[in-house]
Design a protein around this ligand. Structure first.
Ligand SMILES: [Mg+2]
Length: 265
């Protein structure tokens, strides 16, 4: 019995600038069936408010509370770990979701004190040697290395583009430190999303649907959820065929919901 659904955004509900056909209808059917859902994303190129607007433009009406995002989770993680001053290395729009911490250095270029943590995101083409060097300096000075994700790549046009992961790996390699992940595939992120689905909802009765074998499927499975893979977005037949991660279910697209949910034991 499925008690709730978590859905990835990029590559699952939309690809590039277009909604996956049937995505809006699939969410409408979930609402009609009163099956609680949350949208869970590692995206840091947009704030949660901007994601709500973007989805509205694609015909998908959701509230900010229905989106569980990595930057929001990262702010919580930073505060929980006692970091009051954080150096952000993620796109500007995400900064408004970093509540309760003072930002210094990084992409702000400001000096509001010495950071006790650095936070990475998918800075994309804004990465520079100088920014990587600054993050490296902070970590070597004792700052903790936090990241919204360690996703390897995302779908961009017909190809794939470097996500945050390769830059996280570079800093880990240089510093000998291991990054702490705030978003998918961390267990804490999935548990927070499951809690957001409602009281008493158990991880094992929740389905996570996404296009990333590691962050979506494997991460969910490790947290005790079901991990379902869609054949959209960054999906590559060869990666699935490698067989190291086996989805609990394979959907052609998110439009196969909720019929697929209802048919699931
Ligand atoms: Mg995705």
């Amino acid at each position: 019995m499925i008690a709730g659904v978590l859905l990835d955004l990029d590559g699952t509900l939309y690809v590039g600038d277009a909604a996956v056909p049937g995505a809006a209808e699939a969410l409408a059917r979930l609402r009609a069936a009163r099956l609680p859902f949350r949208l869970v994303t590692n995206t840091t190129s947009r704030s949660r408010a901007m994601l709500v607007e973007r989805l509205r433009g694609l015909g998908i009406a959701v509230s900010a509370e229905e989106i569980v995002s990595a930057p929001v989770a990262a702010a919580t993680l930073a505060r929980d770990r006692g970091h009051a001053v954080v150096a952000p290395f993620l796109p500007e729009p995400a900064l408004e979701d970093l509540e309760g911490v003072t930002l210094t250095g990084g992409i702000t270029g400001s000096n509001n004190g010495r950071p006790t943590a650095v936070l990475l995101g998918d800075l994309g083409e804004r990465w520079s040697y100088a920014l990587l060097q600054e993050a490296f300096d902070h970590v070597m000075d004792g700052a903790e290395l936090l990241t919204c994700s360690r996703d390897r790549y995302f779908r961009k046009g017909e190809g794939l583009a470097l996500d945050a992961g390769p830059f996280v790996a570079a800093l880990e390699y240089a510093t000998g430190r291991e990054a702490i992940v705030a978003g998918k595939p961390s267990g804490g992120f999935f548990y927070a999303a499951v809690r957001a689905l409602g009281k008493g909802v158990r991880p094992e009765s929740v389905v996570m649907i996404g296009d990333d074998l590691r962050s979506d499927v494997e991460g969910a499975q490790r947290a005790g959820l079901q991990g379902w893979l869609v054949r959209t977005g960054k999906f590559r037949e060869g990666e699935l065929a490698a067989g190291s991660i086996v989805p609990d279910r394979l959907l052609a697209t998110v439009a196969d919901l909720p019929a697929a949910v209802m048919l699931s034991p």
